[in-house]
Design a protein around this ligand. Structure first.
Ligand code: KIV
Length: 272
């Protein structure tokens, strides 16, 4: 599962330098096993707080704790050799003040060995991003649809259709870029806005539901492989149907146990 090959991880500055170049490939992972499979193929692995839904069966990301992120972040960094590993700061661990954000980020980085943290929010988080980046914490920002604010936003609808909302999201992206974010996730905004942001800000934009006009793309791994089936986001392309494969395997095992076909001769330890 984990490899003994030396780590040659992509760094946040190396990701930042990819602006306007070959698209940056990003995916989430939450476990060492998945990270080992994902790592050779991507540039960046995000230990996203989407683990609330994919791992813990929560209805949204608001209930995630710093301890959960640290446990999964540690598992992923153990297995990743090449990709830049970024860990999400969960809701409530960074919004109160730049000092609170630094304490949380420092814990996450020291206890997981990740390269950077991600936090949600635009202009109101700019001061915090500036504070962190000046103190050795690379920050991936996240604007547009920010799921930790679902209660304030009133849901997960696409953002930027109204002119005023589009202007506010553009201002958010400009503020976090100016504050020093090394990359900016742009989630679920209309295509013209995603393209305009990508053309305007210096760091690379990483789109999720934000069109091919971004500098890179990210998806939740469980959406990509068809493991998360509670709902199917319009912006996620399914490359496999793993849930069906798992169900089929479990059905076969259950039938074999009930019919005494498992364990077979080959699984049995004979006496001397
Ligand atoms: O939590 C998450 O997985 C994210 C995404 C951008 C995919 O924030």
């Amino acid at each position: 599962m984990t490899s003994s090959a030396p780590k040659r991880s992509l760094t946040p500055p190396a990701i930042q330098a990819r602006k306007g170049g070959e698209p940056i490939v990003c995916l989430t992972s939450y476990t060492a096993q998945m990270a080992a499979l994902v790592d050779p193929h991507v540039d960046l692995i995000l230990v996203g707080d989407s683990l609330a839904m994919t791992v813990y069966g929560m209805p949204g990301t608001v209930g995630v704790t710093l301890e959960m992120m640290i446990a999964h972040g540690r598992a992923v960094t153990r297995a990743a050799r090449r990709a830049c590993v970024v860990v999400d700061l969960p809701f409530g661990s960074y919004e109160a003040s730049p000092a609170q954000a630094f304490q949380s980020a420092a814990r996450v980085m020291a206890e997981t060995g990740c390269a950077a943290v991600k936090l949600e929010g635009g202009a109101p988080m700019a001061e915090t991003i500036h504070f962190l980046t000046r103190r050795g914490v690379p920050v991936m920002a996240h604007v547009g649809l920010t799921p930790q604010s679902v209660n304030a936003l009133g849901g997960y609808a696409v953002r930027g259709r109204a002119d005023a909302e589009a202007e506010a999201i553009m201002a958010d992206a400009a503020a976090v870029a100016e504050a020093g974010a090394f990359s900016v996730v742009v989630e679920k905004v209309i295509e013209p806005l995603a393209r305009a942001i990508s053309g305007r800000i210096a760091p690379p934009t990483i789109g999720i539901g934000a069109s091919v006009g971004c500098d890179g793309q990210i998806l939740v791994i469980d959406d990509l492989i068809g493991l998360f089936t509670a709902f199917r986001p319009k912006f996620a392309r399914r490359y496999a149907e793993v849930a069906g494969t798992i169900e089929e395997a479990v059905r076969g095992y259950a039938a074999d146990v009930r019919d005494r076909r498992f364990p077979g001769e080959e699984h049995v330890f004979a006496g001397e």
